[in-house]
Each structure stands twice: as C-alpha cells, then as structure tokens.
Design a protein around this ligand. Structure first.
Ligand code: GDP
Ligand code: MG
Length: 166
C-alpha cells in the first residue's frame, strides 16, 4: 500500500512536529513563530508493507498580504491528489476563526478528512470530549484522533488508521 497524506491546520498547531516525529528526521522547520514552514515539505514513512508520503503545509490562515496569500494557496492546493487530509487543531485553544476558515475549505473536498486533536498533553481528559463534540457539529470527519506530537501519544493508532485509507 502507498499513498499521499497532507497535514493542514493553523500555524503553530504542531504539524511540523508531527511530521518530524513520524519521519524521524528534522526535515520540516519547527518554530514558535508562525509561518516558518514556507513550502510543502514531503516526508516519507516506510514500513514493510506500506509507504506514506506526507506533505507538510504552511499554516493556513486568512491571507493578510501577498506572501500570505501564496502560502495559503499552496496549502489549499495540497488538498488535491492526496488520499487523506489530516486537519490538525490545538486542544489547548478554543476553535477560532482560523480553524473555521479551514473547515470551510475542507467542506468542498471529497477526500477523507481526519481531525487530529494535538497537544492533548496540555489538557484535562474531560476537556477532550468537549472538543470532539464541538468539532463534530462542524463537519463529518472520517476519523478523529487525539494525539500529542511531542509526547508521541497515539501516533501508532494514527498511522494504522491512515494506512486503512490508502
Ligand atoms: P506548525 O506551525 O503547525 O508546523 O507547528 P510546529 O510543529 O512548528 O509547533 C509549534 C509549537 O508547538 C512548537 O513549540 C512545538 O514544540 C509545540 N508542539 C507541537 N506539538 C505539541 C504537543 O503535542 N504538545 C505540546 N505541549 N506542544 C506541542
Ligand atoms: Mg510547520
């Protein structure tokens, strides 16, 4: 099995951290500063029977200037031609206009969308159920996977679920 997976989400939700953890190399640039990831960076995850090519994207946000515009276009173009889209949100922050902007774009896409609730290490477990309920009112997700990209929680589950969609 092989296929392409795109990771999208607001700046700083942890997309590059996840990619680095999965691929095990520092290929995407990580930073606290928004917009460090300027281009789509691909990482390849290989096992005995599968190969998944991950596409990291610049954080999607409502464009305020032309470079921002280009980066958003680049991120949105990564929706096309992939087997699964991983939409990552930050468990420690409320769903905001940035998340809603992306959800709006994802509604037009026919590719299965996973909701990745990242940074679960920062919240109380009770809060997770609230977050899941809230996002469920917004759109239908193929899967909802709570993870911690830094701690490594649930990454195995994520990879096996992604493999099911290849
Ligand atoms: P990106 O802009 O979405 O690519 O976000 P980055 O991967 O650059 O991460 C932004 C910040 O969030 C960095 O300081 C990361 O260390 C931090 N971060 C990423 N994942 C987690 C997580 O699971 N838990 C916590 N506590 N911090 C995280
Ligand atoms: Mg990044």
């Amino acid at each position: 099995k092989s296929g392409f997976v795109s990771i999208v989400g607001r700046p700083n939700v942890g997309k590059s951290t996840l990619l680095n953890r999965i691929v095990g190399q520092k290929i995407a640039i990580m930073s606290d500063k928004a917009q460090t990831t300027r281009n789509k960076i691909q990482g390849i995850y290989t096992t005995e029977d599968s190969q998944i090519i991950f596409i990291d994207t610049p954080g999607i946000h409502k464009p305020k200037h032309r470079l921002g515009d280009f980066m958003v276009e680049s991120a949105l173009s990564s929706f096309k031609g992939v087997d699964t889209i991983l939409f990552m949100v930050n468990a420690a922050e409320k769903r905001g206009p940035g998340d809603n902007f992306i959800i709006d774009k994802l509604k037009d896409v026919h590719t299965p969308v996973f909701l990745l609730i990242n940074k679960i290490d920062e919240i109380h477990p009770d809060k997770l159920l609230e977050i899941i309920d809230d996002y469920r009112t917004q759109m239908d997700f193929a899967q909802i996977v709570p993870i911690s990209a830094t701690e490594g929680n649930n990454i195995d589950t994520l990879l096996s679920e992604v493999t099911n969609y290849l």
